[in-house]
Design a protein around this ligand. Structure first.
Ligand SMILES: [Fe+2]
Ligand SMILES: [Fe+2]
Length: 213
């Protein structure tokens, strides 16, 4: 196989950037949405708006996941770690697609700030990759755990009849916990409390902005 040049990798990253940010009518994914197994139930406009806000937040989180993994994949020292990060980003595409489908179904839209979230997360991922594989994996494990906590919080806010969104969020939560476990098993370092705290504050900003816009 041909060795990728710096230009090749740059073009690949630009391609991934565009693919993550441009929302197609139906994004190709490996698994169908868990929500497809359920029928849409009657909901009030206020309920639909709230669920759309939550799904916009989750979609923005998945945009960040794409960027974090791609950024880490770019700067990871070991080729195997680079490949692992690219594989993880590919797996997260299912989540991105499921959130987009649910937003379409609710006649809503992704966050207008997604370009900002992607760019910031890409830089954070690239810096984590430069710190070495143990720290990079520690960053993955902590990110996935924080995402899982958000998903559980959102699950508790869903109207009881919204089986579609519930099925999506439950499967996403199962996947994110598995991603966190995989990172720990691969030797993730425990991040300092101050870094975890900073990550929570950044995530709070993303959550508040993406819910409305
Ligand atoms: Fe995800
Ligand atoms: Fe994940």
């Amino acid at each position: 196989m041909r060795q990728l040049t710096k230009q090749d990798r740059l073009i690949t990253e630009l391609d991934q950037w565009v693919r993550a940010l441009l929302v197609p009518d139906a994004r190709a994914c490996q698994r169908p949405s868990p929500g497809d197994a359920f029928l849409e139930q009657p909901m009030t406009l206020a309920e639909k708006r709230h669920i759309a806000g939550l799904m916009r937040v989750n979609h923005a989180g998945e945009v960040c996941a794409q960027a974090l993994y791609r950024g880490q994949g770019l700067t990871a020292t070991l080729a195997t770690t680079r490949e692992q990060m690219h594989q993880a980003a590919a797996e997260e595409i299912d989540h991105l697609a499921w959130c987009e489908t649910r937003l379409h179904e609710l006649s809503s839209h992704p966050s207008v700030f997604n370009l900002l979230w992607y760019s910031g997360s890409f830089v954070m991922g690239a810096v984590a990759g430069l710190l070495g594989d143990r720290w990079s994996l520690g960053f993955v494990a902590e990110t996935e755990q924080q995402v899982s906590a958000h998903l559980v919080h959102h699950l508790n806010q869903l109207p009881s009849q919204d089986d579609k969104t519930r099925a999506i969020l439950q499967q996403m939560n199962t996947d994110e916990l598995a991603h966190a476990d995989a990172a720990k098993s691969a030797g993730a370092a425990e991040l300092p409390s101050v870094i975890k705290w900073a990550m929570q504050k950044i995530s709070l900003c993303l959550t508040r902005c993406s819910y409305y816009f």
